[in-house]
Design a binder for this molecule. Sequence first.
Ligand code: PGA
Length: 251
Amino acid sequence: MRIPVIAGNWKLFKKTAEALRLVQELSPLVADARGVEIVLAPSFTVLGPVRSLLNDSSISIAGQDCFWEDEGAYTGEVSPGMLVDAGCSHVIIGHSERRHFFGETDETVNKKIRAAIRAGLTAIVCIGETLQERERNETFDILERQIKTGLRNLSTDEMEKVLLAYEPVWAIGTGKTATDEQAQEAHAFIRRLVAEYFSGPVADGLRILYGGSVKPDNIRSLMTQPDVDGALVGGASLTAESFAAIIHYQK
Ligand code: PGA
């Protein structure tokens, strides 16, 4: 049994007052949520205040990125150890926006994952094809390259600290969701690859989240797919009502 994970990626939104208001509104709405792990990924500057407000709640917090060195002369970077220090248990790595706007590659993704796991974090590793790649029928080649290089040299123990998020780039922030069948097909392919590169048990236990315009009205059918184990939610995680509705998809 894989426990589903619903993660909210706040991206470059929410200063302190807005972030705290969102957490205050969300907490009572999801206090009774069972059988689902909830993760919030606020911006670096509000991690501390959000963590304090969540107090002993079971909601986890994540960084939206991290660097691969633990300390040094790297102006502007945030290390995995600093995320742990701020109360994070998770970190998102390799989001398509980081790949697209900030030059993230499968090699840097690999270094970041390994550093994050060394620091004790769970890495939410994002992969997915662009629209052009899908139209050229390269989806599976892209996923294979991202997994092969991104997860290179990880041990099976380390893989237990990895969650994968399949996020077709054409579905992120566009209102276009992959169909349930497209999501399932990609997730099943990813799980088969992980079985091949690591082991059957690692692949069976791996949670694969879907991301890309997940909303209260499409989460339920996505979650009925056998290989969809949760969601990485952007826009719809920015209001308590819609994120809580996604978390309560079983109701
Ligand atoms: P979206 O973003 O839900 O706004 O499409 C998802 C993501 O980028 O993780």
